[in-house]
Design a binder for this molecule. Structure first.
Ligand code: 5GP
Ligand code: MG
Length: 187
């Protein structure tokens, strides 16, 4: 594959397959939101690529807003905190909101952001993710549109990063394990 780079072990979902799935998701969204002008809330940076490709397929009047959130996962008992990093929260009062994220893992991010959107007066909040990991969620969260269910492994590409890299890959892939350093024989 021309976009294949050394660090990728295998392609999980290629560009053409993603494109076809986005066509179908766009039709579902059009069907579910026949009239109302929508506010689409995009979670940065992971959902950028997904949002750009999905929303250009949706033949509805909509507005785009972006949110920066930080999730603190693992580690302590208080993990699962989601911090809102923007100075302003999008105006969603009385609006139908479609929330977009790259991947549903523990569910904490979407749970926290949808709750905040409801607190801010959104009329209804629907969520769409490109990927959902097939594993139990730490919190209950309803997601109306799922692109692909994947196994519980770490993926990159199509918006998803590892240490800030690989977001621009046009496919979803799995990284090679980090190189093992063989110790120099000591004399
Ligand atoms: P959740 O709050 O559902 O546990 O996690 C969602 C966030 O965790 C995603 O927006 C993403 O940033 C990150 N994440 C979870 N799984 C993966 C993965 O396999 N690859 C990458 N790159 N990020 C992931
Ligand atoms: Mg993310």
């Amino acid at each position: 594959m021309s976009h294949m780079i050394d660090e990728i072990e295998r392609v999980l979902i290629d560009e053409a397959v993603i494109g076809k799935r986005l066509d179908a998701m766009a039709r579902d969204i059009e069907r579910d939101f026949p009239h109302d002008p929508l506010v689409v809330v995009i979670l940065l940076k992971g959902a950028l690529v997904f949002a750009a490709d999905l929303l250009r397929r949706v033949r509805r009047v909509l507005e785009m807003e972006c949110l920066n959130v930080a999730s603190y996962h693992g580690g302590t008992e208080s993990s699962g905190q989601v911090a809102f990093l923007d100075r302003h929260f999008p105006e969603v009062r009385g609006r139908h909101v479609l929330l977009l994220d790259d991947i549903l893992d523990t569910g904490r991010t979407l749970h926290a952001v949808s709750r905040r959107l409801s607190e801010e007066g959104a009329l209804a909040v629907h969520s769409a993710v490109l990927l959902a990991k097939d594993k139990p969620r730490a919190v209950d969260v309803a997601v109306q549109y799922v692109g692909f269910e994947i196994g519980d492994e770490f993926v990159v590409g199509y918006g998803l990063d590892y240490q800030g890299k690989y977001r621009n890959l046009p496919y979803v892939g799995v990284l090679k394990p980090p190189p093992v350093r063989t110790p120099l024989p000591n004399h």
